[in-house]
Structures are given as C-alpha cells and as structure tokens.
Design a binder for this molecule. Structure first.
Ligand code: IDP
Ligand code: MG
Length: 149
C-alpha cells in the first residue's frame, strides 16, 4: 500500500480551484485519508523541498509555497504514486497533456498548482512531515470493491 502527499499550492487556493482539483482526484477513485488547510512556514518548506536546495529556482519556490494557505491531502492505496503523478501531469504546464490538472489549469512551472510525491519512499516521508499519526484515518470505504478488483 503506497502513500502520497498532495499539496494544493497557494495559486490553486487563491484561484478558487480547491474543489475542481480535489474532485478530479476523488472521481479517479483515490481515497483521501488526511486533509487540512495550513500555511506552510519557511522551516517546513525547506524540509519538504530539501532536494531542491541550491537550485536557481529554490528561493522563488520557498516564497511561492509559503505565500498563502495551501490544502494538504494524504492519499493511500495501490499504485497511488504513479496514478497521481499521471493525473497531475508534467512539472512544466506547457509540457503537461490536456486532461491533466497542470495541463488544464496551469501555464508556468512556477505556478503549477499542485505537488504530488514522486516515489513510495518520498510519499511516506512527506505524509509524515505534514500529518501527525492521529490525523490519518484508515477508514473502510464501501465503494472500494467497485473501484479495485
Ligand atoms: P514536481 O513538482 O513535478 O515533482 P520538481 O522537479 O520536484 O517537480 O520541482 C518542484 C517544484 O519546484 C515544481 O513543482 C515547481 O513548483 C518548482 N520548479 C521546478 N522547476 C522550476 C523552474 O525551473 N522554475 C521555477 N520553479 C520550478
Ligand atoms: Mg518533485
């Protein structure tokens, strides 16, 4: 069972796209097991984006992700990492296929609306960065037999 962390970034929240983006993920059949609105501070942003420290876009990335509230979502299930990355689309919206979230809602890489974990290891790590164990609900969903074979 994989875990993935999704962040609806400040531009998604400011543009009123929380519902539109979450509904795409929910309609896909993904099961949310944690969901909250927070404002990311610099310390958490640095930990979350530690792999990008030193890159030219890093200061702008910190500024972007801490600029206003975000919605963070923990997802658990079979193959959720790859499924969500495909639904989100390429990092640069200009390269993202139509029908993906970034391909339908975004134009520039520095305003690409959404984060999604890129490996099972980073998924576990990122979910634990943003959620306390008691904030994660491992609930039974009655639709599961109609979504998973
Ligand atoms: P990902 O979000 O698709 O996993 P990463 O390469 O991990 O993409 O980059 C993390 C985030 O950093 C991107 O989503 C984007 O917000 C920002 N970013 C990446 N490359 C650039 C760039 O060249 N200019 C500005 N921002 C960038
Ligand atoms: Mg990434």
């Amino acid at each position: 069972m994989e875990q993935s962390l999704i962040i609806l970034k400040p531009d998604a929240v400011q543009r009123g796209l929380i519902g539109a983006i979450l509904s795409r993920l929910e309609m896909r059949g993904l099961k949310f097991c944690g969901l909250k609105m927070i404002q990311i501070d610099e310390s958490l942003a640095r930990r979350h984006y530690a792999a990008h420290e030193g890159k030219p876009f890093f200061p702008g990335l910190l500024q972007y992700i801490t600029a206003s509230p975000v919605v963070v979502v923990a997802v658990q299930g079979k193959d959720v990492i790859q499924t969500i990355r495909h639904t989100v689309g390429a990092t640069k919206p200009i390269d993202a296929a139509p029908g993906t979230i970034r391909g339908d809602f975004g134009l520039e890489v520095g305003r690409n609306l959404i984060h999604a974990s890129d490996s099972p290891e980073s998924g576990q790590h990122e979910v634990s960065l943003f959620f306390q164990p008691h904030e994660l609900l491992l609930w039974e969903r009655s639709a599961d037999p109609w979504i998973y074979e």
